[in-house]
Design a protein around this ligand. Structure first.
Ligand code: NAD
Length: 232
């Protein structure tokens, strides 16, 4: 499997270092210097590339990924902060007939948290519990709330939680990515928490997604890749 990296910062470098474990090789890199305004996503750059793995910036994602899709490259999208313009990316993927796996969080634990939160909302929402999401990250993280926190809120809504959900963020120092979903009632509190200790978990998830999406068409999430389905 031949990969194109979009963004070679902290995450891109980790993906590069772990690619061989997934039978993949990095055939090219687009970074800030080589891809102003998405200009690096040329037909020549895409020749022989199976999947692009994107950990860049929201602006770079929106400028670059539709062009890569148009050249027949499938996408693994890890960048966050572009959700308000999701329709554009979905349309580009559908028009090009490629596959895309989109996840604000590629770790297995966070995806299980999302599935379990949906089930918990289904079980608790009728009983007067207040739901909340809190996330904390290092001070270099640009978007707030995190994409994962927004995905958790959507999971609670899918589970049938119809009232407003308080979503709060903390940015300080070197805090490892931490997401808490809580349900509070007069007599008790339930908290479900995921904490990242090593960012390699995201890189491994993205590489597994790249292997999975190769040859598939459509818009997928990490829950499709992991086959996570909870029914109650
Ligand atoms: P980083 O700042 O270390 O790296 C970002 C990279 O994007 C830099 O190398 C920069 O040069 C590059 N870039 C900027 N403009 C570009 C352009 N026009 N074309 C190509 N590349 C460009 O950030 P990071 O920690 O690697 O995180 C990147 C993104 O991934 C963020 O949005 C972050 O929230 C997200 N993230 C997602 C997950 C997940 O599991 N989905 C995990 C960690 C981080």
């Amino acid at each position: 499997m031949r990969l194109l990296l979009v963004g070679r910062g902290r995450m891109g470098r980790l993906v590069e270092s772990l690619a061989a474990d997934y039978g993949a090789e990095v055939a090219g890199v687009l970074d800030r210097a080589s891809n102003a305004g998405g200009s690096g996503a040329t037909a020549e750059r895409c020749r022989g590339v199976d999947v692009a793995i994107d950990f860049s910036t929201a602006a770079a994602t929106l400028e670059t990924l539709p062009r890569l899709a148009a050249h027949g490259v499938s996408l693994v999208i890890g960048t966050t902060g572009w959700l308000a313009r999701e329709a554009e990316l979905r349309e580009a993927v559908a028009r090009a007939g490629v596959g895309a796996v989109v996840a604000a969080n590629f770790s297995l634990g966070a995806n299980v948290l999302e599935a379990v939160s949906e089930s918990a909302a289904r079980l608790l929402s009728a009983d007067g519990y207040s739901a909340f999401v809190h996330e904390a990250h290092h001070s270099a993280k640009q978007d707030a709330p995190s994409g994962t926190a927004l995905a958790l809120r959507r999971a609670l809504e899918r589970g049938g939680y119809a009232r407003a959900i308080d979503v709060a963020s903390t940015r300080a120092g070197f805090i490892p990515g931490t997401h808490t979903v809580g349900f509070d009632a007069q007599a008790e509190t339930l908290e479900l928490r995921h904490t990242v200790r090593d960012r390699a978990t995201f890189a491994r998830g993205a590489l597994a997604a790249a292997r999975w999406v190769r040859g598939r068409k459509g818009w997928f999430t990490m829950r499709d890749v992991l086959g996570l389905t909870l029914t109650s």
